[in-house]
Write a protein that binds this ligand. Structure first.
Ligand code: MN
Length: 139
């Protein structure tokens, strides 16, 4: 990494590691909060998206709850308008609904992701959210 890359690279939130590039466009960070072997069978993590970053289209076999905690972000279900998410707002995602979430272009965004029945599967990753798809979220 060159010095100029280091200067431009945002700092990871405490306790977080880089989200996998195969499933995220742009830079995002994941901080585990409740692990997969917990007695509740819920996997909980904090995800921080740098401006413009988002995850791929995906589904959750047992649904997911997102709770926005900082910045401004998007949640979009396939074929529906994108929703803006602000701190303190939550979205409940039904099983097998195709969707993505991420930051707006000009704000970092952090949410808590709660994944129930985790031992039976957490996520099924699909194709990337293209720049055209992402820009359409602003329409
Ligand atoms: Mn999701």
């Amino acid at each position: 990494m060159s010095m100029s890359d280091q200067e431009k690279s945002p700092a990871a939130p405490a306790g977080a590691t880089r989200a996998p590039a195969d499933y995220f466009t742009g830079i995002a960070w994941v901080k585990p909060l409740v692990p997969a072997n917990d007695s509740t069978d819920c996997v909980v993590g904090e995800v921080t998206f740098e401006p413009g970053a988002r995850n791929n289209w995906h589904t959750h076999p047992h649904g997911q709850v997102l709770v926005a905690t900082a910045g401004t972000g998007y949640y979009q279900e396939k074929g529906k308008p994108a929703l803006l998410l602000h701190p303190g707002e939550a979205v409940s995602i039904a099983p097998n609904v195709v969707h993505w979430h991420g930051a707006t272009a000009d704000s970092r965004f952090t949410h808590i992701a709660i994944n129930p029945a985790a031992s039976q599967g957490v996520v099924v990753w699909l194709e990337r959210v293209t720049d055209a798809d992402y820009q359409a979220a602003y329409a």
